[in-house]
Design a protein around this ligand. Structure first.
Ligand code: ZN
Length: 727
């Protein structure tokens, strides 16, 4: 058994009484079932599996189906046998052995649902159980097909590479993605648990019951699960406004997809490395976004009927992507295959412009092309427009030729916010809209801010224009557009030398200051569940970018009193670490080591990136190779290299230990380069970084490395523009 988090592997944990334990568990996607047993290890070879495990008597054992017999061998061991599974692919087989505890099974319309966790954690299961029960019912109803397995165990594993894995009836999870204490967690952390649970449950139908023929279809598997996760989560907790929040996730894809080093969503897969390259934002978030765009274009019911048609037709079998388009086309009578091919077979997306009553498209790019570009030329774009004067929205299918529209100004492009493109308004149209930003729907405001930020980053509008639009947010409590604004503010702040910051900081104070005056530190009775997220953004921005003294000292006071939980926790830790007070780095480490919830453990670990002292940065980098769980190592390097002061130092340290980087668990290695887009002030460093990564490729993940390098180049140009604009 290895500790590389794939195949049949070893995971360890220490229980609340300080005793160390070992777990044996599996992770087979994509092609690691063959590490555990001989098999035709490709998704098209479906079979039934009957698992027998001979294990030490005191340990629990789990697999995809219920236990059929449990025989004591009299020698300290027992043999646990499981009933045969349904017909399915090898990558969905699982078996797990260890000192676990289980929750009492909940009967969900005949399906027993439990959570299985390392002993000492059962009190952290209520939220995931509630989401699980909701999801099983929601999906059986939406797909109009009963859950295909015999039981559902959701199992928390202390060492785990991804968020979770959709093994039929035996889903495995990273600890913080399943176990949570609602009393001390933030809404974002609660959202995350529900998100992962619902995503995995959607796979039981889409992925497990109907499976891609070959790995080039994996994008659709993940895109669809992501789409269903947002749809079901929106029903689970309407107050979380999940489609608006999804706008922020979609931006992760738009950010990459506006680079010349993007890729098409679907491409030919030959080797395991090709498959590995498919797991990323362009699969999950772009994939889900174009499905949402299709759903809104066809109508939710027609789309759902198409999905039902597809799942019924292909149950227990395998499919290619076009099977889905054909099934939806059959139900809708619309040219689904033609439209979708323009989105999945070429990279990039359009910039849709409204000027003088005409809409048209050109490809969007963050910077000029140098060499090859994977960005396509034109798309079949469903564009919804709406007049703010009232009346119904109109839907257009924009192709190569421009279209005239007759909505009364002011008009909003991408009405309803489900289009996967950037919007731009002519001077007249922008002016007409500017005074009515408060009349937009929340999701449209989020899209407007996000599109404006993309136009600023690509030097297509000025900082002045950007801040004018941002000023239109007024007292709106929605955290999504404010999050975009905070990102922009942090990036501009990095671009400017101290002596050029005065005017910029005045601007930031003028926008965020009144929000702090309005929101303060304490929740007001009856406020919206998402308002604390805005409060956290405001505190973090004023406390770090503007170095507001009152906020900085209150953050320290709360930290010293160990009053750090809930929605403000991460903001407090960020403001504390930015002050580099002697001893605080050690306190973070100590609280990480003694954390009582997985969320606390992660927030103190990840929070280490904020310290700007060389000694602390190098210590955290070294511990990423030694003390910290190897599941967290690549993420930690991505974070530590993002520190404005010590990032380059950590990058050089990492580069000097590249052989050790290559020994980290595969599949998420490229995360070590996620800090590169913050290297925006030093052209010589950028050259050094680019040359190093070109000569030290990461197998299967070099595409994401190239994208992070290109983002660094975009950032360097942006920084030059900002230094010119904030004289
Ligand atoms: Zn998935």
């Amino acid at each position: 058994m290895n500790d590389q988090l794939h195949g049949f592997y070893r995971s360890t944990f220490t229980d609340p009484s300080g005793v160390k334990h070992t777990i044996a568990t599996t992770q087979f996607e994509n092609c690691d079932a063959r590490r555990a047993f001989p098999c035709w290890d490709e998704p098209a070879f479906k079979a039934t599996y009957q698992v027998n495990l001979t294990v030490p008597s005191h340990l629990a054992a789990y697999s995809n189906s219920p236990i059929s017999s449990d025989i004591d061998l009299g020698n300290g061991q027992r043999t646990v046998s499981f009933t045969p599974t349904m017909k399915m692919s090898t990558y969905l087989v699982a078996f797990i052995i260890g000192p676990f505890e289980e929750t009492e099974a909940i009967d969900v319309d005949g399906v027993p649902l439990r959570i299985v966790c390392p002993i000492g954690n059962a009190h952290l299961t209520a939220h995931a159980l509630e989401a699980g029960e909701f999801g099983l019912r929601f999906f059986a109803e939406y797909f109009d097909i009963p859950y295909p397995g015999d039981k559902m165990d959701m199992v928390a594993i202390p060492d785990f590479m991804q968020g979770a894995m959709e093994n039929l009836g035996c889903i495995t999870y990273r600890m913080p993605d399943l176990l949570i204490d609602p009393a001390t967690a933030s809404v974002a952390e609660m959202e995350r648990v529900a998100h992962v649970v619902l995503h995995e449950l959607a796979h039981m139908w889409f992925g497990d019951l109907v499976t891609m023929e070959w790995w080039q279809g994996i994008w659709l598997n993940e895109a669809f699960a992501t789409f269903m996760q947002v749809l079901s989560q929106d029903a689970f907790r309407p107050q979380w406004e999940m489609w608006t929040a999804f706008g922020a996730s979609r931006d992760l894809a738009l950010d990459i997809d506006g680079l010349h080093s993007t890729r098409s969503v679907e491409y030919e897969v030959v080797s395991p490395a090709d498959t590995q390259g498919m797991f990323g934002h362009l699969t999950y978030e772009k994939g889900a976004a174009i499905l949402r765009m299709l759903e809104q274009y066809l109508g939710a019911e027609t789309y759902r009927d198409g999905i039902r048609n597809y799942l019924r037709k292909h149950s227990y079998a395998n499919t290619v992507t076009t099977d889905l388009w054909d099934a939806i086309e059959e139900v809708s009578g619309q040219p689904v295959r033609d439209v979708m091919n323009t989105w999945i077979l070429q990279g990039g997306y359009p910039l849709v412009t409204l000027q003088d009553g005409v809409i048209s498209q050109i490809p969007f790019a963050y910077g000029p092309e140098s060499g090859e570009s994977a960005i396509g030329t034109s798309w079949k774009v469903p564009v919804t427009t709406r007049s703010l004067k009232g009346g119904t929205a109109s839907v257009h299918l924009l192709e190569e030729n421009a279209i005239s529209i007759d909505d009364d100004p002011p008009v909003v492009l991408n009405a309803g916010g489900s289009g996967y493109f950037r919007s731009r308004y002519g001077v007249k149209e922008a002016a007409a809209l500017a005074d009515h930003i408060d009349e937009l729907e929340a999701i449209e405001r989020a899209v407007l801010l996000s599109d404006s930020w993309a136009l600023l980053l690509s030097s297509q509008i000025s900082a002045e224009q950007f801040f004018t639009i941002a000023g239109g947010l007024g007292d709106q409590d929605e955290p999504t557009p404010w999050g975009t604004l905070a990102t922009a503010v942090n990036y501009i702040n990095r671009a400017l030398p101290d002596e050029q910051r005065t005017g910029f900081l005045e601007r930031v104070r003028a926008i965020f200051g009144p929000q702090f005056a309005r929101l303060g530190w304490e929740a007001r009775p009856g406020e919206h569940e998402l308002t604390p997220q805005l409060r956290a953004l405001v505190l973090a921005t004023l406390g770090t970018v503007c170095r507001d003294e009152a906020i900085r000292s209150e953050a320290l006071r709360r930290f010293d009193d160990n009053d750090v939980s809930g929605n403000l926790a991460n903001a407090i830790l960020r403001v504390v670490s930015s002050q580099d007070r002697p001893g605080d780095y050690e306190t973070f480490l100590e609280r990480y080591r003694n954390a009582v919830t997985p969320q606390d453990e992660q927030r103190y670990l990840r929070g280490l990136w904020g310290f700007s002292e060389e000694r602390a940065a190098l210590d955290a980098a070294e511990k990423s190779f030694s003390e910290f769980r190897n599941q967290d190592a690549s993420t930690m390097f991505g974070l530590l290299t993002s520190n404005a002061t010590t990032g380059p130092l950590v990058w050089r340290y990492m580069a000097s230990r590249w052989d050790d980087v290559l020994k980290l668990p595969p599949n998420t290695l490229s995360y070590v380069t996620r800090g590169l887009p913050t290297f925006i002030n030093d052209a010589a460093l950028a050259d050094e970084v680019e040359a190093f990564h070109a000569s030290h490729p990461l197998p299967g993940e070099q595409k994401e490395v190239q994208q992070n390098v290109e983002r660094m180049r975009v950032g360097l140009n942006f920084a030059v523009a900002m230094r010119e604009q904030f004289q």
